[in-house]
Design a protein around this ligand. Structure first.
Ligand SMILES: N[C@@H](CCC(=O)N[C@@H](CS)C(=O)NCC(=O)O)C(=O)O
Length: 207
């Protein structure tokens, strides 16, 4: 299996963590989104990362790839079988991709991606608004959902991968969860980022 995408991407990191949890062997091509590489373009119609090619099967989208991996290599599962747990894992993945990550990633985009990769200045006003106004209600919600080391079903799952992935990018630009205000979330994020699969995913090549 070939995985396309730099490990700096929180979406690529979702796949890297699932691969590590399942101990699946793969070749990593850590390119950026919209890379002109023809094999990558064939795997990702929209030029987004991550994408995979597995013996001729091509797929882009982190959630779809983790679902594919879960059927191909079921143990340990990232998608619980209990109906309630399964549905909540899908919800937390969607919550991250549509609500949490778009806000949590803003400091990384404005302090790292724009100045370092796009040659444009970042906007600290956007960062301040994200930190002070946009993230707190989402952190409040998560603080109320956390009751132990895992979000769903008493085991590590896609819910934990998704909800945690962008916090590494936040950490890279010197921000994080205020442990005084959100103690459960701060502890949960720190413990999940320290999990061996996350440590391995974070250490994967960025370019
Ligand atoms: N829904 C996709 C989103 C992937 C995505 O947006 N990746 C970013 C990099 S972190 C990207 O490729 N952006 C380029 C673009 O949106 O054109 C997934 O879960 O994989």
């Amino acid at each position: 299996m070939i995985l396309y995408g730099t490990s700096l991407s929180p979406f690529v990191r979702k796949v890297l963590v699932a691969l590590a949890e399942k101990a699946v062997a793969f070749e990593h091509r850590p390119l950026r989104f919209h890379d002109p590489d023809p094999a990558f373009q064939a795997a990702s119609a929209l030029g987004k990362i991550p994408a995979i090619e597995d013996e001729g099967f091509r797929l882009a989208d982190s959630t779809a790839i983790v679902a594919y991996l879960d059927r191909k290599q079921p143990a340990p599962t990232m998608l619980p079988s209990d109906p309630h747990d399964y549905a909540r894992a899908v919800w937390f993945d969607k919550f991250n991709d549509t609500e949490l990550l778009p806000k949590v990633i803003k400091p990384f985009v404005h302090r790292f991606v724009m100045p370092n990769l796009l040659g444009k200045p970042g906007d600290e006003a956007v960062v301040a608004k994200a930190l002070d106004k946009e993230m707190p209600p989402l952190f409040d919600y998560l603080e109320g959902e956390i009751d132990g080391p895992y979000l769903v079903g008493g085991a590590f799952s896609l819910a934990d991968i998704s909800v945690t992935t962008a916090f590494h990018n936040l950490r890279l630009v010197g921000e994080g969860v205020d442990a005084g205000r959100w103690p459960k979330l701060a502890g949960y994020v720190a413990a999940t980022l320290a999990r061996p699969s996350f440590v391995k995913a974070i250490a994967a090549p960025t370019s």
